[in-house]
Design a protein around this ligand. Sequence first.
Ligand SMILES: NC(=O)c1ccc[n+]([C@@H]2O[C@H](COP(=O)([O-])OP(=O)(O)OC[C@H]3O[C@@H](n4cnc5c(N)ncnc54)[C@H](OP(=O)(O)O)[C@@H]3O)[C@@H](O)[C@H]2O)c1
Length: 352
Amino acid sequence: MNNAKKTALIAGATGVVGRSILQHLSDLDDWEVIAISRRRPDIAGNYQHIEIDLLDKDDCRDKLGNLLNVSHIFYAAYVERANLREMIEPNLRMLVNLIDVIEPVATGLRHINLIQGTKWYGNHLGPFKTPAKESDPLHMPPNFYYDQQEFIVNRQKGKNWTWSSGRPHGVSGFAIGNPMNLVMIVAVYATISKVLGLPLRHPGSRANAQALYQVTDSSLLARACTWMATEEKCANEPFNITNGDIFRWENMWPILADYFNMKTAQPQKINLTQMMADKGTLWEQLTKKHGLQKIPYEKLVRWEYGDFVFTPEFDIISSMTKARQFGFIEVMDSEEMFLRQFDELRARKIIP
Ligand SMILES: NC(=O)c1ccc[n+]([C@@H]2O[C@H](COP(=O)([O-])OP(=O)(O)OC[C@H]3O[C@@H](n4cnc5c(N)ncnc54)[C@H](OP(=O)(O)O)[C@@H]3O)[C@@H](O)[C@H]2O)c1
């Protein structure tokens, strides 16, 4: 690894993924860090923030055209749209706008790291081959990850810089107002169940509770992305990145219930989007009673993401073999991860 000072540009620095990369790199002495997003990150630290709309080409040119020293780009920006086809245009446009401005001026550019996910393998479509390997064939498009990767692969040809991509699943970490953050879904669901005097029930079917599942701690992901962006062997390679263990929700709930001092009961499939929609007033009362941070209920969690997690009745497993063979050997116990992150949510007055 080269220890010369590096300059990271983190796109999507307020997201559940980007925020962790920002936290990680801004704590390291050998990195200068520039964070970009529309909102200002809530992290104190040694970095520069540029408020920017990546969908706006002119905004990118005006605000990023002088970033001559960028050596590494970590791309974790993301927008959701109503369907898979509509996801492509804005997600590709943000990446292209960024690279079109930075790549010609940052003559010392060494690496572009993309964040992808298990959707690369089509877990959102139905059962897929498990454990999924990076070399598995693509699914029938559309999939905006494919368009982003194709753009980067073509752009890289003949250049001095290289790329890598990380493919996490069920990222959990501290971030507020983000659509996909599993720990927030679980913590808020458990808190509301408890206040209503209910046991902590798995909100999916029995088959979903019994399927094998995996998650990725956002700080582990940040370390993995830093590793693949700076390790020469990882040049132009994708890597699955999960905690390295797998679990069944039916075994996880008793551990989570214990943390919240609750009982469990058998799974009962509910539509979280519908059933949790009317719990805003309850959350407001909890906020007042326990002096929690005032976060609008609609921003706290996106229940649709909970339904996405608790609906599939098949295993979701990515192989971590390639990352390990290339040298990323960190593992994390997912049970411990949830409990540690609940502690953080309590300490930050997000949950009582
Ligand atoms: N979260 C997960 O569980 C998970 C799992 C697997 C894969 N992934 C992948 O990881 C990547 C990042 O996801 P995430 O969950 O971290 O997303 P996220 O929490 O929604 O964050 C998205 C980031 O993009 C920024 N952004 C959105 N529109 C922008 C715009 N017009 N201009 C500038 N910045 C913009 C947002 O910042 P502002 O709103 O402040 O502008 C935010 O920082 C995605 O490709 C996602 O598919 C996520």
